[in-house]
Design a protein around this ligand. Sequence first.
Ligand code: PEP
Length: 253
Amino acid sequence: MRKQIAAANWKMNLTSVEASQLLNELLATPHSLQAHQEAIFAVPAIYIPLAVEKLANQSNVFVAAQNCHQKSTGAYTGEISAPMLASVGVKHIVLGHSERREYFAESDALLAEKLNAVLAIDSTPIFCCGEPLAIREAGTQNVFVEAQLKNGLFHLTAAQIVKVVIAYEPIWAIGTGKTASSEQAQEIHAYIRSVLATQYGEAIAQEISILYGGSVKASNAKELFSQPDVDGGLVGGASLIATEFAAIINALK
Ligand code: PEP
């Protein structure tokens, strides 16, 4: 079975004390992961060492970064590179979140470079894609997302693409409380997998985990994750509440 993943995206939230408390609460809240399931915590970079230390004894639990620079070293004041993240225990790096595309003008071409940087150190990119509301209302979401995949990902070889996790996140559902219905999620996830199959072949497309993101919470996770092409979720708001995120982990198939 493909990896089923519950990924937390804390974004720019929590003080150090709050981050520590949340991890303690989560460790104390019943949750269980089978061999094919993973929980990933994309915490603010400054809390990575704290999270790595707290989660060190948990199996199938990983600490991720929310972004990285495309170069490995150099005069890029304020930036953090993929090798630097790997050196403090990061195994996964979120790339191309819609907030980074929108507020930091990250283009598909830049994201393609960042992907190369992450794969070069054998870390796992969690590549985000997804359409804004106007595109969904026009019914052209498949074309929009396909272009994001082609421009951002399709320079990768087959051996590289199988290491990527894709997160489909419709922008109109992020932080809005509006969730795509499980049918809407399944429809576009199946489409994404078909685009991957056309480019790389069916066997490879079947190996790639495709997460859904957009107001996932304990109350809707099971229904969303039960869809055959939805392999878990990338979770913002609900990942800041230990009981919610534990329930989301427990909803993985
Ligand atoms: C996200 O941060 O990627 C996200 C999907 O946020 P939320 O769950 O709050 O909609």
